[in-house]
Design a protein around this ligand. Sequence first.
Ligand code: PLP
Length: 410
Amino acid sequence: MRANPNFQKLPAGYLFPEIGRRVRAFAAAHPDAQVIRLGIGDVTEPLAPAIVAAMHAAVDEMAVRATFRGYGPEQGYDFLLDAIRAHDYRSRGVEIGADEIFVSDGSKCDSGNLQELFAADAVIAIADPVYPVYVDSNVMAGRTGAPGPDGRYPGLVYLPSTAATGFVPEPPKGGGIDVVYLCSPNNPTGAVMTRDHLTAWVAWARQHDALIVFDAAYEAYIQDPALPRSIYEIDGARECAIELRSYSKRAGFTGVRCAFMVVPKELRGVGAGGERVSLNAMWSRRHSTKFNGTSYVVQRGAAASYSAEGMAQTLGQVAFYMDNARLLREGLTAAGFTVFGGQHAPYIWLGTPGGAKSWDFFDELLTKAHLVGTPGSGFGPAGEGYFRLSAFNSRANVEEAVARIRRVFA
Ligand code: PLP
């Protein structure tokens, strides 16, 4: 069997395994150190009681012949699709059809899988820095060359999102791009795109016949009601954008697994003969061919996150993490760091002291303060000189982390 050669283009060590390796080595050499991990963006609060009750009830249904369920509808049960349409979209003035929503087991899989819609030689643009899955999954699919010494993959279009642009990518001057991935609120920088930013991107995509993949995994962390939560709040977005949503960070589902993807009926790609093809029809065909639906019990849990109690409880968790973010922001600022993000996202993005290399600062923070974060360079070349701290942790750990940072760096 000839194996996929594109995997050899990926860096040998993925970001998080390398972090794990360094932390294990440090812990082995310093067994008494109380290491606090603010690295991986995983939730720490247990599932909300309303979600637990709904999942228990669903398990009980599965235990009885009369209410047992086997395969469900591939796109998702109506009770969840209706809740999504009402709470995520209609409440923001957006009408999304039930047949435009595809429930899945996670946005990571969705963001990788959806490229089956793209031509093999499609030109991909990504913000830099950004969630690494967009780049790596396109490398695996063979849309790039081997990375250069600067870590950039030939064939990919990088859209630098730096302090100069408020960490928001700007539309390129011309076209020639098939797909652009946008993530707002952004992982890792915490930057959020405004209505003006999104309006400019939608105008660009329509002018150049490009597709926007809009990853709104952190939408629930937006604190300002005037900021858009969905790209479909922008006129014309139904003709140029796919949207990804996840229950992972909004309802603590990182271990439960549920997400959805919106593919509007108006979305068209260009077929082999130049004809227009419906991306909704293609994705429906793909989804029903390769996916047998998200678990009934899990979908009941996701739907419960929209009930009055479920909403209050999950929003309470989001508020808890955002308070952690505020404590980190304030503590880091008091210690003299330049801090971004953390206002509409559970991530703090800080400049390393003196512009130190991200990995050097990782080692310094680990050895001096016994704290683990994520080097900015792991999210793209433009992340060099920056560092991400996650607000997903207990209050005690966040307070202790802030105290250590102030002690070591102030
Ligand atoms: N999109 C972004 C921007 C993320 O940061 C993450 C997870 O960290 C995901 C998607 C993955 O979400 P899920 O847990 O639904 O696979």
